[in-house]
Design a protein around this ligand. Structure first.
Ligand SMILES: Cc1cc2nc3c(=O)[nH]c(=O)nc-3n(C[C@H](O)[C@H](O)[C@H](O)COP(=O)(O)OP(=O)(O)OC[C@H]3O[C@@H](n4cnc5c(N)ncnc54)[C@H](O)[C@@H]3O)c2cc1C
Length: 435
């Protein structure tokens, strides 16, 4: 292998592989390094891979809607065929329940109007048109399982919902990363697996390459941290943590895979569903299953993890709790005695919004802090970090004058300062996986 590259990308998850694709298309000689055996083997493989357009801020909604266009047109976007097959994007639409917590989605709908993303209001009595298995009583606020009031309705009816037709999920998130790897390789990018970065080297205040655990050195004037839940470890190696207002920390999360209630085919007739009244979300899964995750209610203690290489990967009470919460909405939901699903790590920032930015070390960049909600944005995150790298390497001061970035599919320009490592905490955030 040639040991000198234009750019080294640490991490070959879905965002890392898409970043390699974007840089290679620009003519950069890019090397992706991952300590795992294949692309997408890290947190990407555990993703629910839900594609949706609703977030808390205009910019985060805008990039999600922009990105939806790439998933809808994935094969054209990548321009390759992968021998392992190509992912399928399943457009089910997303139904989101209106609650006081999300201000009845009024701000989200206003943002959708601004970015031209379609939606429709669904009165409470029509929710069962979308989900015949739903009980539309109100249960909020979310409670721990040992609360005597758990499962008791707190009102006769929820306040309606909003249906977003442009949403769904990707059937195989790991394959999405592999598809992007194949596309990157078609443009000359290289991938190195089972190789762990143990040092980031710099020379005269500029990054100059990485050293691997086996002692070998690989040189490049640009190094990009796309290491998922290991992001803060990589930033520490680069010595850039002191310059950052935002931090990234691994947080443990479980998703529960359970059979659909009898008599309803959730795989064929279900959709992506987000319900902050019962603080859970779900989507269809093959085998007529439902994948259920938590919307991080305040009553649940976050489970921070000190070492992403050493955490409890067994199912816990969280698994049962989120199924029980969803069973409030879907009373026919059975709770199997054997837990199935995943135990994995998010890489979480203070406001659950990612960091796509430069750093205090010249040539060292980061696409991190993806907070359990950036699978969907991988194609556009890669374009944005590519633009930041290119501009900064051409002398632009992105800290002083945040780059303006044009989202070509929705024809809107946003400031990438929103994703700065030194932004103030966005108080409009949901402070949850919703972003
Ligand atoms: C349970 C769960 C559910 C989720 N659901 C959704 C969802 O429905 N929708 C959505 O949009 N997002 C979702 N996400 C978030 C989404 O999956 C992530 O944001 C996305 O996969 C991150 O991709 P990545 O490429 O940044 O990181 P990762 O996939 O984590 O890849 C990072 C890579 O870096 C490598 N690495 C780390 N350290 C080193 C080192 N020292 N040397 C070499 N390699 C290293 C790792 O091996 C890993 O492969 C979910 C996440 C989880 C965990």
């Amino acid at each position: 292998m040639n040991k000198t590259y234009d750019a080294i990308i640490i991490g070959a998850g879905v965002i890392g592989a898409c970043t390699a694709f974007e840089l290679a298309k620009k003519g950069w000689k890019a090397l992706s390094i991952d300590k795992l055996p294949e692309s997408g083997y890290g947190s990407t493989s555990n993703s629910c891979a839900i594609i949706r357009t609703y977030y808390s801020a205009l910019e985060t909604c805008a990039i999600a809607y922009e990105s939806w266009h790439y998933w809808s047109n994935w094969e054209n976007h990548l321009g390759v065929q992968d021998d392992q097959g190509m992912i399928k994007y399943k457009q089910t639409g997303c139904l989101v329940i209106k609650t006081p917590h999300n201000h009845d989605l009024s701000k989200v709908c206003q943002t959708m109007d601004e970015i031209g993303c379609p939606y429709s209001h669904v009165p409470t009595e029509n929710i069962t048109d979308y989900l015949p298995i739903a009980d539309t009583q109100q249960f909020e606020p979310a409670k721990p399982m040992d609360d005597p009031e758990f499962g008791m309705p707190t009102g006769s009816a929820i306040r309606g919902a909003v249906f977003f037709p442009h949403g769904g999920y990707v059937n195989d998130p790991k394959l999405a990363a592999h598809n992007a790897q194949v596309a990157a390789e078609a443009h000359g990018a290289e991938f190195l697996f089972r190789a762990e970065v143990s040092e980031i080297r710099s020379d005269k205040d500029r990054v100059c390459g990485v050293t691997l655990k086996d002692g070998s050195e690989i040189n490049a004037p640009v190094v990009i941290n796309v290491a998922g839940p290991h992001s803060s470890k990589i930033n520490e190696m680069a010595g850039v943590l002191d310059d950052m207002k935002m931090t990234t920390r691994p947080m443990r999360h479980e998703t529960s895979h359970v059979p659909s209630p009898e008599g309803f085919d959730f795989e064929k007739e279900g959709l992506v569903y987000s319900d902050s009244d019962v603080s859970t979300y779900c989507r269809p899964e093959i085998g007529n299953n439902i994948v259920i995750g938590s919307e991080d209610p305040e009553c649940d203690e976050p489970v921070w993890v000190d070492d992403p290489d050493n955490f409890n990967d067994s199912f816990s009470e969280q698994w049962t709790l989120q199924v029980m919460r969803m069973a409030q909405r879907f009373p026919g939901l059975g709770i199997p005695s054997k837990a199935q699903g995943v135990v994995a790590l998010y890489d979480v920032t203070e406001d659950w919004i990612p960091i796509y930015d430069k750093s205090s070390l010249s040539g060292f960049y980061m696409a991190i802090g993806t907070s359990g909600n950036q699978f969907k944005n991988a194609p556009i995150a890669a374009k944005m970090i590519g633009a930041i790298v290119e501009a900064c390497e051409n002398g632009h001061d992105h800290d002083a004058e945040p780059l303006q970035f044009h989202l070509e599919n929705i024809d809107r320009t946003i400031s990438l300062g929103v994703f700065s490592r030194n932004r103030e905490i966005d108080q409009n955030s949901s402070f949850s996986v919703i972003g």
